[in-house]
Design a protein around this ligand. Structure first.
Ligand code: HEM
Length: 186
């Protein structure tokens, strides 16, 4: 498999970042809902938020790297015969997925740093607090985080359903090429 995309298939960088971000977003959504219900004496009470924050920051950075790579590399052409409205709808959903990850990550950062503490990433590096101690910051950032995370998961579900429809009903290469199973054109 090539590193770069071709006219008809995705390369290793696009495929790997796609599935890593997908796995992380689903994991962060589930772990987020689970961890806010933990009681003080639960063994994961501090560890779970630490992991959530660290993986969340890395996911946002990976998404940023994916976006930069998208600008550097050419994107494969849409599947032949795909109606124009579907090309436009998928582009819109893809943009909303990028936006959703960034807004979720920024709101999460604003919760974590609300009192001026940095967001730590596995002790490797940390993001210092920038906007902090604003009135009700933890509350409004927390509400935004939850609402946008739900929106993100809803659009990710729609995106996954569309991919399954292409694979099982239209029987085209949309899903296979994001799995790296299509041969690149010469
Ligand atoms: C894009 C990926 C992310 C997703 C899908 C996600 C999802 C969630 C969800 C669903 C919750 C539960 C919210 C609630 O029930 O009130 C949550 C909580 C939380 N998240 Fe995230 N999150 C992401 C990234 C981040 C990042 C990057 C940070 C920090 C830098 C972060 C910090 C937090 C914190 C501190 C909480 C606890 C909020 C509270 O105690 O009310 N999250 N997250």
């Amino acid at each position: 498999m090539r590193w770069r995309n071709s006219r008809s298939s995705y390369g290793l960088i696009s495929v790997a970042t796609h599935w890593l971000v997908a796995l992380a977003v689903v994991g962060l959504f589930a772990s987020g809902l689970w961890m806010v219900g933990l009681t003080y004496y639960h063994p994961w009470y501090t560890r779970a938020p630490e992991l959530h924050v660290a993986i969340g920051v890395l996911t946002a950075l990976l998404m940023l790297a994916r976006l930069v790579w998208r600008w550097l590399d050419s994107s494969p052409d849409p599947e032949p015969g795909l109606p124009r409205w579907q090309v436009k709808a998928s582009a819109l959903v893809h943009s909303l997925l990028y936006l959703g990850v960034f807004v979720t990550a920024v709101s999460g950062y604003l919760i974590t740093t609300a009192k001026g503490a940095p967001a730590e990433v596995f002790g490797l590096f940390s993001l210092p607090a920038t906007l902090h101690d604003l009135p009700g910051q933890e509350d409004w950032a927390g509400r935004a985080h939850l609402i946008v995370a739900y929106g993100l998961i809803a659009f990710a579900g729609l995106h996954a359903l569309a991919a399954l429809k292409h694979h099982f009903l239209d029987r085209d290469a949309t899903l296979r090429r994001m799995l790296g199973l299509e041969n690149p054109d010469p």
